[in-house]
Design a protein around this ligand. Structure first.
Ligand SMILES: NC(=O)c1ccc[n+]([C@@H]2O[C@H](COP(=O)([O-])OP(=O)(O)OC[C@H]3O[C@@H](n4cnc5c(N)ncnc54)[C@H](OP(=O)(O)O)[C@@H]3O)[C@@H](O)[C@H]2O)c1
Length: 345
């Protein structure tokens, strides 16, 4: 049996416990993409632990349904602790509008204690976003990074409680260790890595999850930069930043893959039922990430790998000489694009 399958089985049957005795009473938590799967489960965890939770959705109807479900299951109907805001990460303008709404909203009362950037997609077919990028790269990489930067700036300046550090959590994926980045310096010198991956003629339709692993590696590079930016002018840490992977969780994110063929329609649910864990278990990692201390700043919160195993598995994409070069190239492309779109960034 492959090591990955063994890891997934271990992950399924030894779930992450919720941090013991953790209370989020009086804290405000943002969860993006909270209408289904991991985001919905995370919103429920945080609400059950006492938090005021702001959930986002592309559609207010779906967002309101998620709010009603969380209120009912957390037994807090009528308490006004769950709030819904609109967010469509296909557009930068929607990311900017979300942050403006958060700043103005009485629900945030001066800031966020925790922001979990969870929204993400897998596409089976090539789709271009209105911003001109392949949609997986747009949502999982560019808009996630933009939101992260906008929130980081605000969270550094406005803390709901000066005595505790806010947490910024990026939901990535173990898949960031998979892409082969050897050719990326050449892509950078041609049209750019982001352009190369966004070009329809390079769409890897033969892959089960085209561009997904690449989008998660790109955002992992961005998160490393954002970790550095979370330090204050005096070298102390203003915001604790963590990337997190929930492990394989049976949610609707695989629906586009399941629709690719009759075989996949059966194979995806079977694979996910055997190896995938529940959204409740997966979302516990988000709570863990929201409770880290300053010494864990930047740490990748996950359970598939032991720390040494992860260091080895991630070496070629994160720490090798080529990886460091590629990371700098990617960050330069991402920040150039985001500053073009949002000059005030
Ligand atoms: N499931 C897994 O095994 C697994 C493993 C590792 C990492 N992850 C990551 O976990 C996160 C959540 O995935 P999931 O499995 O819970 O998937 P899911 O059930 O499909 O949920 C995705 C959420 O993202 C939102 N969303 C989709 N497109 C959006 C857009 N353009 N703008 C804003 N929000 C958008 C959706 O809400 P609306 O359509 O209502 O806006 C939905 O609530 C993703 O980042 C995924 O990559 C999942």
């Amino acid at each position: 049996m492959s090591p990955l399958i063994l890891r997934r089985l271990r992950d399924k049957f030894w779930p992450e416990p919720l941090p013991p005795d953790k209370s989020f009473e009086g804290k405000t938590v943002l969860v993006t993409g909270a209408t289904s799967g991991l985001g919905l489960a995370a919103a429920l965890h945080f609400a059950t632990l006492g938090a005021n939770v702001i959930v986002t959705s592309k559609s207010l109807t779906r967002g309101n349904a998620a709010r009603d479900a969380v209120e009912k299951r957390a037994n807090i109907v009528g308490q006004g602790k769950i709030h819904v805001l609109e967010l469509d990460m296909n557009r930068y303008s929607s990311c900017l509008a979300l942050v403006d709404h958060l700043k103005a909203s009485p629900a945030t009362r001066g800031g966020l204690d925790v922001a979990v950037l969870n929204a993400g997609i897998i596409n089976a077919e090539y789709v271009q976003s209105p911003e001109g990028w392949e949609q997986t790269i747009q949502v999982n990489t560019l808009s996630t990074t933009l939101l992260g930067l906008l929130l980081l700036r605000w969270m550094k300046e406005h803390r709901p409680d000066a005595s505790r550090k806010p947490h910024l959590v990026f939901v990535t994926s173990r898949d960031h260790i998979d892409p082969d980045i050897h050719d990326w310096p050449r892509w950078a010198a041609d049209d750019g890595i982001l352009r190369h991956c966004s070009d329809q003629k390079n769409w890897p339709s033969h892959q089960i999850e085209p561009n997904y692993a690449i989008s998660k590696l790109l955002v992992t590079y961005a998160v490393e930069e954002i970790c550095n930016m979370a330090m204050g002018a005096d070298g102390s840490m203003d915001v604790i930043v963590n990337p997190v992977c929930p492990g394989l969780v049976f949610t609707s994110i695989g629906r586009a893959i399941a629709e690719r063929s009759i075989f996949m329609r059966f194979a995806v649910p079977i694979y996910c039922s055997i190896l995938g864990k529940s959204a409740d278990y997966g979302a516990r990692f988000y709570v863990t990430a929201a409770c880290t201390s300053t010494t864990d700043h930047g740490k990748y919160i996950q359970s598939l790998f032991g720390e040494d195993e992860y260091r080895i598995a991630a070496f070629s994409n994160l720490k090798s000489g080529n990886a460091l070069k590629v990371k700098a190239l990617v960050w330069n492309e991402i920040i150039t694009e985001l500053k073009r779109a949002v000059p005030t960034l």
